[in-house]
Ligand binder design. Structure first.
Ligand SMILES: [Zn+2]
Length: 326
């Protein structure tokens, strides 16, 4: 009886150990999140933090510079102010990258230094770079571009996208897998010169580029336009996979319906990247406003709720592709 009693106790103890072990395993499994779920949650939290009022404030600030015509005397000062803004957002490594441009405009030859603004968020690895860009210059087709060029939608809205994503990446203490460059391009309106210079230099250096995300004119919706609103995600022969990722993230993290009409593929800063062998996408509104390249391209005609939804998509894409858990 005695012997049997000890055996029973040992059996019972074994039973308890096994049961406790099973419960511990279940508890641990419950705590440990699926890494994909964890990434998606991080990305959608960041997208949800994109603010319409932030975007509006950057556009108003850029519009307030008077003119952002690339040949106007203040063009270096415009670049310097954008640089200062990135530094204030926590990007001490922000540089003006210069190039010489000779351009004939209305019968006069101008030779000027032009300045791309490049802010860097260092990656855990520098083996690759993602570029988030938009041109900051603008032009008016009639009247004097040397004095007044508000360029709110074209393309303060695009620069605002890059600034807002830069702000959020600091706010979320994002440590990207690979390096991210936020670039405000010069002299787009005179012939895609800033992006041409950047992409040409990157190709000459042999840079490995995960993607280039361009924003150009992303804040116009006709007044009282009924929802759903649409966004055009223009892609290139080498970036249809990237476009599909963007479309999936659009459905997941924004209110917009995406499509891809590539008619204007060569009309903005993404094009020189494609021509230099890099993979770009170009985010663009689906309607063209009547104030295009006029003194009436004003902050007051922009729709920042719409702009916010577009920025949610590009922000999601760059965050997802560069996500790495600690
Ligand atoms: Zn533009």
């Amino acid at each position: 009886m005695m012997k049997n009693g000890i055996l029973m106790k040992i059996k019972a103890m074994k039973f308890y150990v096994v049961i406790t072990g099973i419960f511990l395993l279940i508890a641990l499994a419950g705590c440990q999140k699926d890494p994909i779920e964890e990434r998606d949650e991080f990305v959608s939290d960041m997208a949800a933090a994109v603010r319409a009022d932030s975007l509006e404030s950057y556009v108003r600030w850029l519009e307030g510079m008077g003119t952002r015509f690339a040949l106007a005397d203040n063009h270096r000062e415009v670049a310097r102010q954008i640089k200062t803004r990135f530094i204030a957002f926590g990007y001490p490594d922000t540089k003006l990258d210069s190039f010489l441009l000779t351009k004939t405009y209305r019968g006069t030859v101008y030779t000027t230094w032009q300045f791309n603004v490049v802010a860097t968020l260092p990656g855990r690895s520098s083996d690759s770079v993602s570029v988030i860009g938009a041109h900051y210059d603008n032009i008016v087709s009639t009247g004097d571009p040397f004095t007044v060029v508000p360029g709110a939608n074209d393309n303060a809205s695009g620069v605002a996208a890059a600034l807002e994503i830069a702000r959020l990446m600091k706010k979320f203490r994002f440590k990207p897998r690979y390096t991210i460059h936020f670039v405000a391009f010069a002299a787009e309106e005179l012939g895609l010169f800033g992006s041409g210079d950047y992409a040409g230099k990157a190709a000459a250096r042999g840079d490995n580029m995960m993607m280039m995300i361009n924003h150009d004119m992303i804040a116009y919706q006709p007044p009282q336009a009924a929802k759903p609103w649409y966004v055009n995600i223009i892609h290139y022969d080498n970036s249809s996979g990237l476009m599909q990722d963007a479309a999936r993230l659009c459905a997941a993290n924004s209110d917009l319906i995406s499509y891809s009409d590539n008619t204007f593929y060569n009309r903005s800063d993404s094009y020189p990247f494609f021509m230099n062998g890099f993979r770009p996408l170009f985010f663009h509104q689906n309607e063209i406003e009547s104030t295009y390249h006029t003194v009436n391209d004003l902050t007051s005609s922009c729709n920042f709720e719409y702009c916010r939804e577009i920025v949610k998509i590009s922000c999601s894409l760059v965050a997802e592709k560069n996500y790495q858990s600690d």
